[in-house]
Write a protein that binds this ligand. Structure first.
Ligand code: ZN
Length: 266
C-alpha cells in the first residue's frame, strides 16, 4: 500500500471516480486525460477536465478549471471548506492556486515525476513559509488514473506513427461515456454561465437603447439586426447556419422584451 494511503475513506474513492469520469471526457475530446472535481459539504459542486488544447490555454488544467467553477458557484474567491480531487498530482501552478484559494485538502490519483508539486518534486501544501497549508493525499485509484494516461499516450503514438506512414490522419474513435450524470452536470455548468452572460447582454443592450433614445436615434435598426443574424450564421457549420441565425434573432427579441420591462418598472 502506498505510504500516502493512510487518510483515505470510501468517499475519497467515490469522488475520485467522478474525477476519473471527467478524465475520460478529456480523452474523448483528444485532450490528455486528466479530470478533477471540487467537493464542498460532502457534495460535488464543480467538475472539469483538461482543456488545454480546446481552449488553447496554458492554465486550462482540470483542477484549475474546477476551482474556478467552484469559486463562481460559491460566489467567493476563498475555497475554504473545499477538497479538490484530481487524477494526476497537481503542478506548481495548480498547487499555487490551491494555496491562494485556501482549500482544505487535495486528493490525487497518480504521482507526477515530471511536475508533481504536492509531494513528488515539491511540497507546496506543507511549506511553512507560505501563508496557507493544506492536507495532500496521493495514490487514490492510482492504477486507474495512470492507466488512462498510459493508454492515451500509447494510442496517440500509434496514431502518429500510422498517419506518418500513410500520410493521413484519422480522428480517434470517441470513448463511450455512459455516465449521464456526468454529462448533465456539464450542461448545468454551461447553462449557469450562459444565463449569466445573457443577463450581461441584456443589460448592455438596454444601455445602448437608452443611449439611442437620448440622442434621438431610432432604437430599432432593421439593417443592423439583419447584419447580426448574418454574423451569427457565419459562426456556424454549414448545416447549422439557419439555426444560429434564428437563435440570434430570438435573442434580440428577448433582449427588447427585457428592456421594455425595465423601462416599464422605472
Ligand atoms: Zn496544473
Amino acid at each position: 500500500m502506498n505510504s500516502f494511503m493512510k487518510n483515505i475513506t470510501q468517499k475519497d474513492i467515490d469522488f475520485m471516480q467522478v474525477a476519473l469520469d471527467e478524465a475520460k471526457l478529456a480523452a474523448s475530446e483528444d485532450e490528455v486525460p486528466i479530470g478533477a472535481c471540487v467537493v464542498f459539504e460532502g457534495r460535488v459542486i464543480a467538475r472539469a477536465h483538461n482543456r488545454r488544447e480546446s481552449d488553447k490555454s496554458p492554465w486550462a488544467h482540470a483542477e484549475f478549471l474546477a476551482m474556478q467553477q467552484a469559486a463562481e458557484i460559491l460566489d467567493r474567491w476563498r475555497l475554504s471548506g473545499c477538497s479538490v480531487y484530481v487524477t494526476l498530482e497537481p503542478c506548481l501552478m495548480c498547487a499555487g492556486l490551491m494555496i491562494n484559494s485556501r482549500i482544505d485538502r487535495c486528493v490525487y490519483g497518480s504521482s507526477d515525476p515530471k511536475g508533481g508539486a504536492l509531494g513528488t518534486l515539491y511540497n507546496v501544501h506543507a511549506d511553512e513559509r507560505l501563508n496557507h497549508e493544506f492536507e495532500a493525499v496521493g495514490g487514490v485509484l492510482e492504477d486507474e488514473c495512470s492507466k488512462l494516461l498510459k493508454d492515451f499516450f500509447i494510442r496517440r503514438r500509434k496514431e502518429r506513427k500510422q498517419s506518418k506512414e500513410e500520410g493521413t490522419y484519422e480522428k480517434p474513435a470517441h470513448i463511450d461515456i455512459d455516465d449521464l450524470d456526468c454529462l448533465r452536470s456539464q450542461i448545468n455548468i454551461i447553462d449557469k454561465q450562459m444565463f449569466s452572460l445573457l443577463q450581461q447582454r441584456f443589460d448592455v443592450a438596454a444601455l445602448i437603447a437608452r443611449y439611442k433614445e437620448s440622442h434621438g436615434m431610432d432604437i430599432f435598426d432593421p439593417q443592423r439586426e439583419n447584419d447580426k443574424c448574418l454574423w451569427a450564421e457565419s459562426l456556424a457549420d454549414d448545416d447549422e447556419k439557419d439555426l444560429y441565425g434564428r437563435i440570434m434573432s430570438e435573442l434580440m427579441e428577448v433582449s427588447r422584451e427585457y428592456e421594455k420591462r425595465i423601462n416599464d418598472k422605472q
